[in-house]
Ligand binder design. Structure first.
Ligand code: SF4
Length: 612
């Protein structure tokens, strides 16, 4: 590491110490000799820093809080934004190399590809000859109408101003934001005040958001709508860490004070089942509790809020400052993102899961490839995916910098929602003439099982090409890979193999419902066995209490936390240094099939070895 590289890391710590600590990203060596350090923070500030060569420093900063804060509109910056901005400027002078700086989301334009970085030579070498993806730039309006024949299942109670015949062709994301901002039409780059349908927060960001809300609106202020605020403790729950426990107490006090309708509380940490209200990981709980509805706007103080795009909803992560404002007003100023369209066709091979699809995409466009862009997923393969698989797809768009991911609602969506919500919803679909910034096409039938190697989700490699990588453990869990269908996939592979795991295999159901499914739903072809029985026979650890668990490390006593510099195959979504605990740990992101196959061999393993 050169002196210059050390400067970069110190610089990151200076501008965003919380990000530095929580996300644990210390920098990844690029193939060209530079360092990659950066990504998406918890929403107040999104940034990416890259040293491309020893004499070039590039800094991209997108301050959503800065640009959307009402204080900023009036010419006075919010404290958070001021801090970051001033630190940024003062630190720039420290770095004497060439600097390119961009305030990303304020400069993005409808047709600009300014932020679409040239394809990087990171983790792509294995694909130089085998990749089945051929990105195709679409310079003219897309000609395909998406799901236009699907009937709306419920009568809309909204004003039809922007949902009927449109004067200007728009994408799904543009339409949702147009309706939410009561505009007839919108274009990428427009800044609009959006009416929020649901605001979600959790135990990590909730206390901060509540503090900002009270400071700005007053100690006695009431939230804008007690039925539209959803508060879900899920991150640091099963721990003796007093500060983590205090965070849940703060949420509880606030929900009682505000009479919040949807608070999924936990009081008895010794037995999660004694807490019927407790759910678990927020993004999965949101779906299971019917808060994800087509055509609506869902904001959450968590970067993976984008998961809900699987329901044809505009869903994105915001910071505490923005959340504090939404709590008081129910509105937020958002910039309309341009849309990238991903068309996935072809029969999905039985050994692939949605995790493979999104790893393929991120590996192709890189971690910065969708910065402040909407990612719309369409095609016959997407239509064939169940809702949990669509959630996996949308969950990881933020790993490519995406503002949101979105899948057109269809009969699969409506079926899932049938017993989950009685709230009327009104889906929207991209117009035939809608403008997409780029279009990427996949023949899914030609894809192979993938992993993302340490330490970046875009370090894509074929699982079979990593077969010599010895591993120490496997982790099945999180909002990405801890859903019922994920555990069913793991059980299916174990069942097919008839073997026992060779490394410790940790199972953390995302929610209480997933936990119950594991213990109650028979696995097809097993003669009536449940996942839990199959896991026990395979030698796995007993399924743990539902929560985020070790997905983001957490306090030292977090179950399955990576406390040693070990190699882990994980169904989670991020593999930055320190993400699951130890900063020298190595995380291979993989599908539940690949993770299960790897558990059986003790090496990164292509699931085709066991799935005939
Ligand atoms: S499971 Fe992991 S990625 Fe998902 S919300 Fe929890 S910490 Fe974040």
């Amino acid at each position: 590491m050169s002196t210059f590289d050390i400067y970069d890391l110190q610089f990151l710590y200076n501008i965003c110490p919380n990000y530095y600590r929580f996300m644990g990203r210390w920098g990844t060596r690029l193939a060209n000799g530079g360092w990659w350090v950066g990504g998406v923070a918890k929403g107040d500030h999104r940034w990416a820093c890259q040293t491309r060569e020893q004499d070039v420093f590039m800094l991209l900063i997108s301050l959503s809080a800065y640009q959307t804060s009402p204080a900023n509109i009036n010419g006075t910056h919010s404290p958070t934004a001021t801090f970051i901005t001033s630190r940024r400027i003062s630190n720039i002078s420290v770095i004497t190399k060439t600097i390119t700086m961009v305030i990303a989301s304020s400069l993005i334009s409808p047709t600009s590809t300014f932020f679409l970085q040239p394809k990087k030579d990171v983790g792509l070498s294995a694909f130089s000859s085998t990749s089945a993806l051929s990105p195709h730039r679409c310079h003219k309006p897309a000609s395909r109408r998406i799901c236009c024949s699907v009937a709306t299942p419920q009568q809309s109670q909204r004003q039809p101003s922007t949902t009927g015949s449109v004067k200007t062709a728009m994408t799904m994301t543009e339409k949702i934001l147009a309706r939410a901002s009561e505009k007839a039409n919108l274009s990428p780059g427009d800044n609009v005040w959006v009416n929020v349908d649901i605001l979600m927060t959790h135990d990590v960001c909730g206390p901060g958001s509540i503090g900002i809300f009270k400071r700005e609106f007053g100690e006695d202020a009431k939230v804008w709508d007690r039925e539209k605020v959803v508060i879900i403790p899920d991150h640091y729950i099963f721990t003796s860490d007093e500060r983590a426990n205090r965070n849940v107490d703060i949420l509880r006090d606030f929900c009682q004070e505000q009479n919040i309708k949807y608070f999924y509380d936990i009081k008895d940490l010794g037995n999660f089942k004694a807490n019927p209200d407790y759910k678990g990981v927020c993004h999965v709980a949101l779906a299971q509790e019917g808060h994800c509805r087509p055509g609506e706007v869902l904001l959450g103080t968590d970067s993976h809020t984008c998961t809900a795009g699987a329901f044809g909803q505009f869903a994105t992560g915001i910071g505490n400052t923005d959340a504090g404002f939404v709590l008081g007003t129910g509105k937020l100023l958002l910039k309309v993102p341009p849309t990238l369209r991903f068309v996935m066709d072809g029969e999905m091979p039985h050994y692939l899961l949605a995790k493979d699809l999104i790893l393929q995409i991120i590996g192709e466009i890189t971690m910065a490839g969708a910065t402040y862009k909407s990612m719309e997923f369409v095609g016959s393969t997407v239509e064939s995916l169940n809702m949990e698989e669509r959630m996996t797809l949308c969950n990881m768009v933020v790993e490519a910098g995406g503002k949101n991911g979105v899948v057109p609602a269809d009969s699969t969506t409506y079926k899932y929602l049938e017993d989950k919500t009685s709230v009327p919803y009104d889906p929207v679909y991209s117009d035939q003439q809608a403008r997409f910034l780029s279009e990427y096409r996949f023949d899914v039938s030609k894809l192979e099982p993938l992993v993302a190697k340490p330490h970046s989700p875009d370090k894509r490699a074929l699982a079979r090409e990593c077969k010599d990588v010895k591993i120490d453990r496997v982790y099945i869990g999180s909002c990405t890979g801890g859903k019922t269908e994920d555990f069913m996939a793991v059980a299916k592979l174990f069942l097919a193999s008839g073997k026992k795991v060779k490394v410790p295999t940790f199972l953390v159901p995302a929610t209480q419902k997933v936990w119950m499914d594991i213990y109650s739903i028979p696995v097809p072809g097993s003669g009536g066995k449940t996942c839990s029985q199959i896991f026990e026979e395979a030698g796995c650890d007993t399924p743990a209490s539902p929560s985020c668990g070790a997905c983001l490390g957490g306090p030292k006593d977090t179950y399955a936390r990576l406390n040693e510099p070990q190699v882990c195959v994980s169904t989670t979504n991020r593999n930055f240094p320190g993400r699951m605990g130890h900063k020298e740990g190595q995380i291979y992101l993989a599908s539940p099939y690949t993770a299960a196959a790897s558990a059986l061999t003790g090496f990164v393993t292509d699931p085709r070895e066991f799935l005939q």
